[in-house]
Design a protein around this ligand. Structure first.
Ligand code: MTE
Ligand code: MO
Length: 261
Protein backbone atom coordinates (compact mmCIF):
# COMPACT_ATOMS: atom_id res chain seq x y z
CA UNK A 1 0.00 0.00 0.00
CA UNK A 2 1.10 3.52 -0.78
CA UNK A 3 2.21 5.70 2.08
CA UNK A 4 0.24 8.89 2.20
CA UNK A 5 2.38 11.81 3.24
CA UNK A 6 0.89 13.86 6.06
CA UNK A 7 3.10 16.90 5.79
CA UNK A 8 1.78 20.43 5.83
CA UNK A 9 2.52 22.53 2.79
CA UNK A 10 5.58 24.10 4.46
CA UNK A 11 7.35 20.77 4.63
CA UNK A 12 5.93 19.11 1.57
CA UNK A 13 8.02 18.40 -1.46
CA UNK A 14 6.13 20.44 -4.03
CA UNK A 15 7.44 18.45 -6.97
CA UNK A 16 6.31 15.17 -5.45
CA UNK A 17 2.91 16.60 -4.59
CA UNK A 18 2.38 17.84 -8.13
CA UNK A 19 3.58 14.49 -9.49
CA UNK A 20 1.22 12.51 -7.25
CA UNK A 21 -1.69 14.77 -8.10
CA UNK A 22 -1.01 14.42 -11.81
CA UNK A 23 -1.26 10.63 -11.53
CA UNK A 24 -4.68 10.87 -9.91
CA UNK A 25 -6.21 13.07 -12.58
CA UNK A 26 -8.53 11.87 -15.30
CA UNK A 27 -7.01 11.98 -18.81
CA UNK A 28 -8.37 15.25 -20.12
CA UNK A 29 -7.60 17.10 -16.92
CA UNK A 30 -4.10 15.62 -16.78
CA UNK A 31 -3.29 16.75 -20.29
CA UNK A 32 -4.52 20.26 -19.59
CA UNK A 33 -2.75 20.38 -16.24
CA UNK A 34 0.56 19.41 -17.85
CA UNK A 35 0.03 21.81 -20.75
CA UNK A 36 -0.66 24.54 -18.18
CA UNK A 37 2.71 24.07 -16.50
CA UNK A 38 1.72 21.52 -13.78
CA UNK A 39 2.54 23.98 -10.99
CA UNK A 40 1.48 24.05 -7.37
CA UNK A 41 -0.47 27.20 -8.17
CA UNK A 42 -2.41 25.49 -10.93
CA UNK A 43 -3.14 22.63 -8.55
CA UNK A 44 -4.52 25.08 -6.03
CA UNK A 45 -6.70 26.64 -8.69
CA UNK A 46 -7.95 23.21 -9.64
CA UNK A 47 -8.82 21.97 -6.17
CA UNK A 48 -9.86 25.24 -4.58
CA UNK A 49 -7.76 24.28 -1.54
CA UNK A 50 -6.34 27.25 0.32
CA UNK A 51 -2.61 26.79 0.57
CA UNK A 52 -2.17 29.87 2.74
CA UNK A 53 -3.31 28.22 5.96
CA UNK A 54 -3.12 24.76 7.50
CA UNK A 55 -3.61 22.44 4.66
CA UNK A 56 -2.39 18.96 3.97
CA UNK A 57 -1.12 17.42 0.81
CA UNK A 58 -3.26 14.44 1.69
CA UNK A 59 -6.52 16.39 1.53
CA UNK A 60 -5.55 17.91 -1.79
CA UNK A 61 -4.81 14.48 -3.24
CA UNK A 62 -8.04 13.07 -1.82
CA UNK A 63 -9.98 15.85 -3.43
CA UNK A 64 -8.40 15.28 -6.80
CA UNK A 65 -8.99 11.55 -6.71
CA UNK A 66 -12.72 12.19 -6.26
CA UNK A 67 -12.86 14.28 -9.40
CA UNK A 68 -14.49 12.87 -12.46
CA UNK A 69 -14.18 14.12 -16.01
CA UNK A 70 -17.42 16.09 -15.83
CA UNK A 71 -16.28 18.07 -12.83
CA UNK A 72 -12.91 18.59 -14.45
CA UNK A 73 -14.22 19.94 -17.70
CA UNK A 74 -16.52 22.28 -15.79
CA UNK A 75 -13.58 23.62 -13.81
CA UNK A 76 -11.43 24.12 -16.88
CA UNK A 77 -14.21 25.71 -18.91
CA UNK A 78 -13.25 29.34 -19.57
CA UNK A 79 -16.94 30.27 -19.73
CA UNK A 80 -17.59 29.24 -16.17
CA UNK A 81 -17.47 31.77 -13.32
CA UNK A 82 -14.81 31.70 -10.63
CA UNK A 83 -16.36 31.12 -7.18
CA UNK A 84 -17.42 34.26 -5.30
CA UNK A 85 -17.31 34.60 -1.52
CA UNK A 86 -19.03 36.60 1.27
CA UNK A 87 -17.40 39.74 2.74
CA UNK A 88 -16.49 37.71 5.87
CA UNK A 89 -14.17 35.52 3.79
CA UNK A 90 -11.91 38.41 2.73
CA UNK A 91 -8.27 37.84 3.77
CA UNK A 92 -7.09 40.70 5.99
CA UNK A 93 -4.52 42.00 5.57
CA UNK A 94 -4.45 40.99 1.93
CA UNK A 95 -0.91 39.98 0.91
CA UNK A 96 1.28 42.15 -1.29
CA UNK A 97 3.41 40.54 -3.97
CA UNK A 98 5.71 41.78 -6.73
CA UNK A 99 9.28 41.11 -7.79
CA UNK A 100 10.29 44.05 -5.55
CA UNK A 101 9.42 45.27 -2.03
CA UNK A 102 6.12 47.08 -1.45
CA UNK A 103 7.91 50.38 -0.62
CA UNK A 104 9.31 50.39 -4.15
CA UNK A 105 5.85 50.26 -5.76
CA UNK A 106 5.37 52.75 -8.61
CA UNK A 107 3.90 56.01 -7.27
CA UNK A 108 1.42 57.04 -9.94
CA UNK A 109 -0.38 60.39 -9.88
CA UNK A 110 -4.06 59.64 -10.45
CA UNK A 111 -4.64 63.12 -11.86
CA UNK A 112 -2.16 62.77 -14.72
CA UNK A 113 -2.33 58.99 -15.26
CA UNK A 114 -3.84 57.83 -18.52
CA UNK A 115 -4.47 54.39 -19.95
CA UNK A 116 -3.16 54.37 -23.49
CA UNK A 117 -5.16 52.10 -25.81
CA UNK A 118 -3.67 50.96 -29.09
CA UNK A 119 -3.66 48.21 -31.69
CA UNK A 120 -6.77 46.67 -33.20
CA UNK A 121 -9.29 49.17 -31.81
CA UNK A 122 -11.39 51.81 -33.54
CA UNK A 123 -10.94 54.36 -30.81
CA UNK A 124 -7.22 54.81 -30.09
CA UNK A 125 -7.41 57.47 -27.41
CA UNK A 126 -6.09 57.60 -23.85
CA UNK A 127 -8.50 57.33 -20.95
CA UNK A 128 -8.27 59.14 -17.61
CA UNK A 129 -9.10 57.80 -14.16
CA UNK A 130 -12.13 60.08 -14.15
CA UNK A 131 -13.35 58.44 -17.37
CA UNK A 132 -13.10 55.01 -15.75
CA UNK A 133 -14.79 56.11 -12.53
CA UNK A 134 -17.81 57.22 -14.57
CA UNK A 135 -18.27 53.84 -16.25
CA UNK A 136 -20.55 51.12 -14.82
CA UNK A 137 -18.77 49.26 -11.99
CA UNK A 138 -18.74 45.60 -11.01
CA UNK A 139 -17.72 44.17 -7.64
CA UNK A 140 -16.32 40.70 -7.02
CA UNK A 141 -15.04 38.81 -3.99
CA UNK A 142 -12.84 36.11 -5.44
CA UNK A 143 -9.74 34.08 -4.70
CA UNK A 144 -6.32 35.17 -5.93
CA UNK A 145 -3.85 32.30 -6.33
CA UNK A 146 -0.13 32.92 -6.62
CA UNK A 147 2.10 30.37 -8.28
CA UNK A 148 4.52 30.76 -5.37
CA UNK A 149 2.12 28.77 -3.21
CA UNK A 150 -0.23 31.16 -1.39
CA UNK A 151 -3.79 32.22 -2.01
CA UNK A 152 -6.08 34.88 -0.56
CA UNK A 153 -9.62 36.16 -1.01
CA UNK A 154 -10.05 39.81 -1.94
CA UNK A 155 -12.73 42.28 -2.94
CA UNK A 156 -12.24 44.13 -6.21
CA UNK A 157 -14.41 46.74 -7.91
CA UNK A 158 -14.00 48.20 -11.36
CA UNK A 159 -15.00 48.19 -15.01
CA UNK A 160 -15.60 44.93 -16.83
CA UNK A 161 -12.84 44.59 -19.41
CA UNK A 162 -15.42 43.24 -21.89
CA UNK A 163 -17.47 46.47 -21.52
CA UNK A 164 -14.36 48.54 -22.13
CA UNK A 165 -13.38 46.50 -25.18
CA UNK A 166 -16.84 47.18 -26.60
CA UNK A 167 -16.50 50.89 -25.82
CA UNK A 168 -13.20 51.24 -27.67
CA UNK A 169 -14.43 49.16 -30.61
CA UNK A 170 -11.84 46.43 -30.12
CA UNK A 171 -11.56 43.69 -32.71
CA UNK A 172 -12.45 40.82 -30.39
CA UNK A 173 -11.31 38.30 -33.00
CA UNK A 174 -7.76 39.41 -32.14
CA UNK A 175 -5.77 36.97 -30.03
CA UNK A 176 -4.60 39.08 -27.11
CA UNK A 177 -4.95 42.11 -24.92
CA UNK A 178 -1.38 42.98 -24.02
CA UNK A 179 -0.84 45.05 -20.88
CA UNK A 180 2.15 47.19 -19.93
CA UNK A 181 2.80 48.40 -16.40
CA UNK A 182 4.72 51.24 -14.78
CA UNK A 183 7.21 49.10 -12.77
CA UNK A 184 10.76 50.43 -12.85
CA UNK A 185 12.03 47.38 -14.68
CA UNK A 186 8.82 47.01 -16.64
CA UNK A 187 6.11 44.37 -16.37
CA UNK A 188 3.96 43.14 -19.20
CA UNK A 189 1.36 40.43 -19.51
CA UNK A 190 -0.56 39.05 -22.47
CA UNK A 191 -4.16 37.98 -21.88
CA UNK A 192 -5.93 35.70 -24.36
CA UNK A 193 -9.07 37.28 -25.81
CA UNK A 194 -11.45 34.60 -24.44
CA UNK A 195 -10.29 35.48 -20.94
CA UNK A 196 -10.32 39.21 -21.66
CA UNK A 197 -14.02 38.83 -22.53
CA UNK A 198 -14.78 36.70 -19.44
CA UNK A 199 -17.47 38.46 -17.33
CA UNK A 200 -15.28 38.49 -14.21
CA UNK A 201 -12.20 39.94 -15.90
CA UNK A 202 -12.03 43.45 -14.52
CA UNK A 203 -10.17 46.75 -14.82
CA UNK A 204 -9.94 47.20 -11.08
CA UNK A 205 -10.09 50.63 -9.43
CA UNK A 206 -10.97 49.68 -5.85
CA UNK A 207 -9.98 47.13 -3.23
CA UNK A 208 -12.35 46.48 -0.33
CA UNK A 209 -14.60 49.36 -1.53
CA UNK A 210 -11.74 51.85 -1.23
CA UNK A 211 -9.53 53.44 -3.89
CA UNK A 212 -6.96 50.80 -4.90
CA UNK A 213 -3.98 51.09 -2.52
CA UNK A 214 -0.60 51.85 -4.14
CA UNK A 215 0.74 48.36 -3.39
CA UNK A 216 -2.20 46.67 -5.09
CA UNK A 217 -1.72 48.61 -8.32
CA UNK A 218 -3.13 52.17 -8.08
CA UNK A 219 -4.73 53.46 -10.18
CA UNK A 220 -5.55 50.29 -12.13
CA UNK A 221 -4.87 46.59 -12.05
CA UNK A 222 -6.38 43.91 -14.25
CA UNK A 223 -8.16 41.36 -12.08
CA UNK A 224 -8.46 37.93 -13.68
CA UNK A 225 -9.92 35.45 -11.18
CA UNK A 226 -9.67 32.55 -13.64
CA UNK A 227 -5.90 32.93 -13.91
CA UNK A 228 -2.92 32.72 -11.58
CA UNK A 229 -1.73 35.85 -9.77
CA UNK A 230 1.01 36.84 -12.19
CA UNK A 231 -1.63 37.20 -14.94
CA UNK A 232 -3.16 40.07 -12.90
CA UNK A 233 -0.99 43.08 -13.87
CA UNK A 234 -0.87 46.06 -11.48
CA UNK A 235 -0.04 49.76 -12.20
CA UNK A 236 -1.27 49.28 -15.76
CA UNK A 237 -0.46 52.10 -18.20
CA UNK A 238 -1.35 50.68 -21.60
CA UNK A 239 -3.37 48.05 -23.38
CA UNK A 240 -2.75 46.88 -26.91
CA UNK A 241 -5.19 44.65 -28.79
CA UNK A 242 -3.02 42.45 -30.96
CA UNK A 243 -2.61 39.18 -32.82
CA UNK A 244 1.07 39.03 -31.90
CA UNK A 245 2.31 37.19 -28.86
CA UNK A 246 4.45 39.84 -27.20
CA UNK A 247 5.48 37.92 -24.10
CA UNK A 248 5.32 38.93 -20.49
CA UNK A 249 7.50 39.36 -17.41
CA UNK A 250 6.94 35.88 -15.92
CA UNK A 251 5.90 34.27 -19.19
CA UNK A 252 9.36 35.09 -20.57
CA UNK A 253 10.90 33.29 -17.58
CA UNK A 254 9.12 30.04 -18.31
CA UNK A 255 5.71 30.35 -16.71
CA UNK A 256 2.98 29.15 -19.02
CA UNK A 257 1.02 31.99 -20.58
CA UNK A 258 -2.31 30.16 -20.25
CA UNK A 259 -1.93 29.67 -16.47
CA UNK A 260 -5.52 29.31 -15.46
CA UNK A 261 -8.81 27.67 -16.09
N1 MTE B 1 3.07 45.34 -12.50
C1 MTE B 1 3.13 44.21 -11.79
N2 MTE B 1 2.02 43.46 -11.66
C2 MTE B 1 2.04 42.31 -10.93
C3 MTE B 1 3.24 41.85 -10.31
C4 MTE B 1 4.40 42.67 -10.46
O1 MTE B 1 5.50 42.35 -9.94
N3 MTE B 1 4.30 43.84 -11.20
N4 MTE B 1 3.23 40.65 -9.60
C5 MTE B 1 2.16 39.70 -9.90
C6 MTE B 1 2.04 38.60 -8.96
S1 MTE B 1 3.14 37.31 -9.11
C7 MTE B 1 1.03 38.55 -8.04
S2 MTE B 1 0.81 37.18 -7.04
C8 MTE B 1 0.07 39.66 -7.87
C9 MTE B 1 0.02 40.14 -6.43
O2 MTE B 1 -0.99 41.09 -6.26
P1 MTE B 1 -1.28 41.71 -4.82
O3 MTE B 1 -0.06 42.48 -4.39
O4 MTE B 1 -2.46 42.60 -5.00
O5 MTE B 1 -1.54 40.55 -3.91
O6 MTE B 1 0.39 40.76 -8.71
C10 MTE B 1 0.81 40.39 -10.00
N5 MTE B 1 0.89 41.59 -10.82
MO1 MO C 1 2.21 35.63 -7.94
Amino acid sequence: MRNIRKLLIRGVDKNLLVKDATKLMPDLARRRFIAGGASLGALTLLTGCDVSDSFSAESMLARISKFNDAVQSAIFNPNILAPEFPESAITRPFPFNAYFLEDNSPQIDGKTWKLEVSGLVQNKKSWTLEDFNKMPQQKQITRHICVEGWSAIGSWTGVRLSDFLKLVGADTRAKYCWFRCDDIEGYTSPLDMATALHPQTQMTLKFDDKVLPVGYGFPMKIRVPTKLGFKNPKWVVSMEVTNDYKGGYWENQGYNSFSGS
